[in-house]
Each structure stands twice: as C-alpha cells, then as structure tokens.
Design a protein around this ligand. Structure first.
Ligand SMILES: [Zn+2]
Length: 184
C-alpha cells in the first residue's frame, strides 16, 4: 500500500500526480496519518484543511458547537386532526407561528397545506355520505310505496327531504304530499 505520491507505482495508479499532470482536475491524496503512523493516501473527496489534504475519514467531524442548533419547535395546539375544526385550529396556529418566526416558512406552509388537504378530503367524504343517505332514503320510500303503507311513505318522504336539506337543497322546493297525490 503506497504511503505517498512519491511511492505510487505509475503503472497501477490512475491518479494524476504533479509529474504527469494530464488530468485537468486537481486530485490530492489524503496527507493525514493513520493510526499506525503511515500516510493515508486515500484520494476520493479530499479537501485542504489545517495545512493538509484530508479524505473524508481524516477530516474533523462537524463539531456540535459549530453546527446549527436544532431549533426547539413550538408545540401544536392539537394532537390529531379529527375534524375540520382541528384542521382550522392547526392551520391558523401555523400561520401565526410562521409570522412570529417560530416556525420557518417551509414548515408553516406545509402545515397549512396539509390542513387544507384534510378539510377538502373531509368535505368530499361528508358529501359522499350525504349522497349515500339520499339513496338509502329513496330505497325506503320505494319499499313503503310497494307496501302501500301511507304512514311509511310519509315518514320516508320526510327522511328524503332531510337528506336533500343536508345537501343544501332548498326546503321550499319540496311540498308535503297530501293524501290523494300521485306518489311518483
Ligand atoms: Zn485519509
């Protein structure tokens, strides 16, 4: 194992030495000493530091005191998103924390976006459930009509109107059926 550029066998070494200098890139072997006292000689990703070229193994690790301290993040007001109100609470909190600089823009933006996504998914789920309820109520009405049960028909129609109201249909558009009306 060669210890320095001087002792490298040129026939096996593809690394450019100052003597050959055909390589345009400046490649330097690690000049740090290994535990046994020999020079490392490793050449991948060396950097010049404290007077020596050093490979990644012989370069000092990033010291904790010079590394950016991990910021202590504020505690969110909700532990889970269980309702649109939770999402609204968390989104408004994130916006405020972001404006105060307690959350970076990336974090606060991601939280607000996630809350928006949650509310949209919730709304879609809610609408779907209301539409299913219409189908169920309609089916109940058909059953009541098949049986010719006037009270059941009245009840089923009321249930159907409640479903329509839940979907935002104007209540006034539906008139209470009177006896004798065709049950179409
Ligand atoms: Zn090294």
């Amino acid at each position: 194992m060669p210890n320095s550029t001087q002792s490298v066998d040129p026939t096996t070494d593809s690394i450019v030495t100052p003597q050959t200098a055909k390589e345009s890139r400046a490649i330097h072997r690690c000049e740090a000493r290994k535990r046994d006292g020999s020079v490392c000689g490793f050449y991948v990703g060396t950097v010049f530091l404290d007077g020596l070229w050093r490979c990644q193994h012989h370069r000092p690790k990033k010291r904790p005191e010079t590394a950016a301290p991990v910021p202590k993040l504020p505690r969110p007001p909700v532990a889970a998103l269980k309702s649109p109100a939770d999402a609204a609470t968390l989104a408004s909190w994130a916006a405020v924390q972001g404006s105060l600089g307690r959350l970076d823009h990336q974090r606060s933006g991601a939280i607000v976006a996630a809350c928006r996504e949650f509310r949209q998914a919730w709304a879609a789920q809610d609408t779907h459930a209301k539409q299913i309820a219409v189908v169920v109520a309609w089916e109940r009405l058909l059953d009541a009509q098949d049986l010719g049960d006037r009270d059941a028909i009245t009840g089923a129609r009321e249930g159907l109107r409640r479903c329509f109201a839940a979907l935002g249909f104007p209540r006034e558009a539906y008139t209470v059926p009177r006896p004798g009306d065709p049950t179409t």
